[in-house]
Design a protein around this ligand. Structure first.
Ligand SMILES: C[S@@+](CC[C@H](N)C(=O)[O-])C[C@H]1O[C@@H](n2cnc3c(N)ncnc32)[C@H](O)[C@@H]1O
Length: 274
């Protein structure tokens, strides 16, 4: 089983938000498109009045930090994560907001009633789920007939693939980043179409222009739990490789592929209508 969906490694990676923050930092410092992903996300989606919203894999709640005012006075948001450490963090952060509740939840096994949410959000979360089809079927089940599922994820030719190609050059038998994310912008349509009738993809154009090797290495260190074969020897080789690029070019340019999948008209609803 790949480390990226392995509960042992995920529990270590997401025991608290330190790895998440370290990885987010690289993007915050060096994104060429400086619009925050969270702000872009809220421009793409529409929240109905009095919305019942479920977030899966909420992490440290960064989606809502600057956007909590998007919840109208009757909205209810249920923030959930598989990691109890993350749920503790969001409970601490948002506890004074009566519109928000907090729960530990595995996307593959939701305890919520069928057809109970207008919106389900899973941002950069489904690639960690072992049985993605089961998770999507659960999401379709808990959505109301006119509900919408939103999921941001990455494509297969972004940052992870960039590392894969470089590692193959300097250490050809190394398997780090050799597997694409299990839920990505290329396969998401297929996976979602088993449970939703209507699916759309919107790209968020971006790339990284990095001027510090230390910051890039910090991202790799924070990703170590989720990839095979990232050892100190490899990290030293990569450090030298990136030092050379930076000296030659003055920056390290890395492609990114990020986007939003929107899925509506869940099949469970369709079948009930027949
Ligand atoms: C990459 S982080 C994304 C966090 C947040 N959504 C964001 O965009 O910053 C992935 C999150 O998914 C959670 N997660 C992993 N497996 C999960 C599962 N089976 N069900 C629910 N959440 C899960 C992790 O604990 C982690 O907080």
């Amino acid at each position: 089983m790949s480390k990226i969906v392995n509960n042992f490694w995920l529990k270590k990676q997401y025991a608290n938000d330190s790895n998440l923050n370290a990885r987010a930092r690289l993007h915050q410092l060096y994104n060429v498109n400086q619009q925050p992903l969270q702000e872009w996300f809220f421009e793409q989606i529409s929240l109905p009045n009095n919305a019942r919203i479920l977030e899966l894999g909420c992490g440290n709640g960064s989606l809502w930090e600057e956007h909590i005012d998007k919840l109208d006075s009757n909205a209810k948001l249920t923030m959930t994560d598989y990691s109890s450490g993350m749920v503790d963090i969001v409970r601490e952060k948002f506890n004074n907001n009566s519109k928000i509740s907090f729960e530990i939840a595995d996307a593959q096994n939701l305890t919520f009633s069928s057809q109970s949410f207008d919106i389900v959000i899973a941002n950069h979360t489904l690639h960690h789920v072992n049985n993605i089809d089961l998770a999507i079927s659960e999401i379709a089940r808990v959505l109301k007939p006119n509900g919408v599922f939103y999921a941001t994820t990455n494509g297969t030719k972004g940052l992870e693939n960039y590392f894969y190609e470089i590692i193959q050059k300097i250490s050809p038998t190394n398997r780090a980043f050799s597997e694409p994310l299990p839920f990505n912008l290329e396969n998401a349509h297929n996976l979602l179409s088993r449970h939703f009738l209507k699916i759309a993809k919107t790209d968020f154009p971006n790339s990284l222009s990095i001027t510090s090797v230390a910051d890039l290495m910090e991202w790799l260190e924070a990703s170590r739990d989720m990839q095979p074969d990232i050892d100190d020897k490899l990290l030293n080789k990569l450090h030298n490789y990136f030092d050379n690029i930076l000296q030659k070019n003055g920056q390290i340019n890395i492609p990114k592929e990020v986007g939003l999948m929107t899925a509506s008209q869940p099949f469970e609803t369709q079948n009930q209508d027949l």
